[in-house]
Design a protein around this ligand. Sequence first.
Ligand code: HEM
Length: 455
Amino acid sequence: MTLPPKSPSRPHKVSLWRYLKLFRADILSAQPARLYRAWMAEFRTPFFRSYLCNQPDLVDLVLKARPDDFPKSARVREGLTPLLGNSVFVTNGAVWKRQRRIIDPAFEGGRLRHVFPAMLEAGEGAVQRLGDLADGQPRDIEAEASHLAADVIFRTLFSIPIENEVAARVFGAFRAHQRTQPVVNLAALIPLPAWMPRPHTRAARRTAGVIRSLILQLTEARMAEVAAGTAPGDLATKIMTTADPETGERFDTGEMVDQVAIFFLAGHETSASALGWALYMLALYPEWQSKVAAEAQAAFGTGRPEFSQMSQLVQTRDVFRETLRLYPPVPMMVREARCPETFRERAIAPGSQIVLSPWHLHRHERIWTAPDAFDPARYATDEGRKCLRDAYIPFSAGQRACPGAGFAMIEGVLLLAMLVRRYRFEPVPGRPAMPVAHLTVRGKDGIWLRITPRD
Ligand code: HEM
């Protein structure tokens, strides 16, 4: 059985300069192979110290047991501020807690039913668009996945499709923004020495400004609709009308712009990455593609999918889960130790960077059986379920876990089922995809597939 693609590891020992160079090219292949076996690894340099933790109880300690003692690193903030301002993704402490109290109710399990029709419409749009591309010619599926995930976010947040003029301009500006600083955001995620230049290039500042002014237009218009009592019942309205249960305050327009920017960025880049890799996995493993197609056919027939049918897509969900294990869209997260700690009998100084790596934890050789194999059936076993509990964090965990996790799991499974119900996806000979970490885990030169109608 051929294994799905995995980034190569770097040689065991390299100089700091070489490491930084490799790191700038791709954070994943800059790491040594031993991280797939280690419970903890210390990186000592003259400038900083960081600890990558793979031991499940350490990961639990940082994310779940004492998260307030391991806040987000200030370095994360640096690269992201021009775009995200004071958004929930970069704040800490009381400010962050207040923001989550207002945001979380919009994503509660029961509300997913309300966003389902908007996801469905985005899926139908994609099924139609792929019709023009389903001629067996090589196609970069990442571009399609990005377009689709952006459509989902605009429809669920603001009840507008990606074809809407402002939505299309935001989407275009995000792409331009990523081109101006493809790895800068990730550079901020890793403890590079403070003096190392992390240019917020002028171009990046300009594109961030364009995005924020477009989002401001959407947010102001919605504030007016809320005031007039004419606002649609989507995510934006829910968030803008939710008062903090502790203080009674709501987000003002400026704060809402910050939050919308992160919803768009976190919600569309990640889902697009996951969908692109899931389709690639189905192309590489056609037996799983047949199962997904059969499951979609059995659940939906030729009709419109309904929310209540989603629970029937058990194997499709396992395919999506397995994709998130092998290609976690957010490959690494960084926290900072506030107090002195002892991890695995080693003293950790305050200010040390604690790196949690879904990428390594999900492929850990001492935790997972056949860690590099694509095997969605593993989740039907007791062992697979135990690993899910102990060593599976594509959405992080604990109080700071992704608020969009439930949303993303419905979205990913629905879109996969809808696309595979209509089309067959095959790999393009001579064009394998290779994962690299940009803002999320993407194909080095895209993800190329051949699409044909299923019947
Ligand atoms: C497959 C899709 C997704 C994946 C894999 C994913 C993963 C993650 C991860 C790992 C984090 C934690 C990052 C950290 O702590 O450094 C996070 C945070 C976040 N995600 Fe997601 N996400 C996905 C989809 C979404 C969606 C659809 C939304 C919103 C519509 C969303 C909104 C957010 C927000 C607002 C945060 C910041 C939470 C906080 O810091 O308190 N995500 N996501």
